[in-house]
Design a protein. Structure first.
Lengths: 71, 134
């Protein structure tokens, strides 16, 4: 039976949706697999010696730089 | 430095620096350098241990890469600064993390000269932001 344009278009949409679904599934898996660290349990001191949790100092995405010795 | 900071700010990333020095020494260090970051002290090295920053071996600390790096700094006019007794074998590194504790990038320095460059860090930030959007 000859293929119609409508049939071809429908197939294309289905393939695209399937690919998007697979990509979304992979992304969700990656996000859920990213390790979570309990920042509220990591206690640090500020320059005045006051203790607080690391979470208090991480407002959103943060770059934590761990120094070696002071230089 | 300011342009680098601006790039991180534009990406919505804050910078937090952690040191194992005691708060008094770190405070003195900050008075000298006036870094525009949050500085936190971890003298018990609990965070260092938690994130896997261990002690480096002697040959890693005094590697040829380290000698070259310090020679380059001295050649550029940097002075050797001392802030009291220090542990030269403690490793450091860089992490990209969010408030929920999701770790997007971790670099554990293999020797004192081993640090990711700014462009690599910014690329990791962009990757993390894309991952968070999805």
């Amino acid at each position: 039976m000859p293929r119609t344009i409508g049939g071809e278009l429908a197939d294309t949409v289905i393939v695209m949706m399937n690919q998007r679904f697979k990509h979304r599934l992979a992304t969700l898996w990656t996000a859920s697999a990213t390790p979570k660290i309990p920042l509220d349990r990591i206690r640090l001191l500020d320059l005045a010696g006051q203790e607080s949790s690391l979470k208090d100092h991480v407002p959103d995405l943060s770059l934590l730089i761990f120094l070696r010795h002071l230089a | 430095m300011q342009s680098v900071l601006k790039e991180f700010e534009e990406q919505g990333v804050s910078i937090v620096v952690v040191s194992f020095a005691e708060p008094e020494r770190l405070s003195h260090y900050q008075r000298v350098h006036a870094w525009p970051f949050t500085l936190l002290a971890d003298p018990q090295r609990a965070a260092y241990s938690h994130f896997g920053f261990k002690q480096l071996t002697w040959y890693r600390v005094f590697s040829w890469a380290t000698v070259k790096a310090y020679a380059h700094l001295l050649w550029r006019g940097r002075r050797i600064e001392r802030y009291g007794r220090d542990d030269y074998f403690q490793s450091g590194g860089d992490l990209l993390i969010d408030r929920e504790g999701r770790l997007y990038f971790a670099h554990h320095s293999r020797d004192p000269a081993d640090r990711p460059g700014v462009s690599q860090l910014l690329e990791e930030v962009r990757k993390a932001r894309r991952q968070r959007r999805d």
